[in-house]
Ligand binder design. Structure first.
Ligand code: GTP
Ligand code: MG
Length: 195
């Protein structure tokens, strides 16, 4: 995928703030600090367009990035961050559930998982919820550079087992550090948009 144009468009909290030009949308969900914003930056080859931070819980809205007048990448707030208040957490939950349920432009949901760790209860909930609403899903196992190559298969298996993943869902091994999986992920995204 050749990136000719990538820009931040809007931080949205309410549906009326979502873009209205009906481009397909690919959304990213995952725990806080798992590497969602880094993954976006790697996909679009911009160092810091999506704000990343070693401080978890920074992204608190749906952040829309437009790529090549082709697709929006939608960065969700990370879940599982203890210091976010209960009210805030419930608001995020409602916003995300509503987006997933109602957003017709959503063509594919990326569920981003840290390859080193077993998916959390919230990852499992999110996955089952995506299946319940019949959202096409791709599991992205990121931070692959953090474990030796010889352990990749075993960890991918563990992630699939814990999520009780549908064998039809693609799983992409990724590293925002090395760029591993970048081309494959664009293929999965392009296929989802085309169907
Ligand atoms: P929230 O916005 O809080 O939900 O976090 P996030 O999921 O957007 O995570 P972010 O992209 O900000 O990354 C968190 C930290 O992990 C940063 O310090 C990144 O540099 C680091 N990181 C992300 N992806 C990778 C990766 O593939 N490899 C390595 N080694 N570090 C990564
Ligand atoms: Mg982020």
């Amino acid at each position: 995928m050749k990136i000719t144009d990538a820009q931040f468009v809007v931080s949205a909290v309410k549906p009326h703030q979502y873009p209205e030009d009906a481009l397909p949308e690919i959304a990213l969900a995952g725990r806080s600090n798992v590497g969602k914003s880094s993954l976006i930056n790697k996909l679009i080859l911009r160092k810091n367009l999506a704000r990343t931070s070693s401080q978890p819980g920074k992204t608190q809205q749906l952040n829309y990035y437009r790529v090549n007048d082709f697709v929006y990448l939608v960065d969700f707030p990370g879940y599982g961050y203890a210091k976010v208040s209960k009210t805030q957490r419930e608001q995020f939950g409602e916003m995300i559930e509503r987006y997933i349920r109602e957003r017709e432009q959503l063509k594919l949901q990326l569920l981003v998982i840290d390859i080193r760790h077993e998916p959390s209860k919230q990852d499992q909930q999110m996955y089952h919820w995506l299946k319940h609403y019949e959202i096409p899903t791709c599991i992205v196992a990121t931070k692959a550079d953090k474990i030796p190559r010889s352990k990749w298969d075993k960890h991918i298996k563990m992630i699939k087992t814990t999520l009780e993943a549908d064998p039809r869902d693609s799983v992409v091994l990724f590293s925002s550090e090395s760029g591993l999986g970048r081309e494959r992920l664009w293929e999965v995204i392009s296929e989802a948009i085309a169907t």
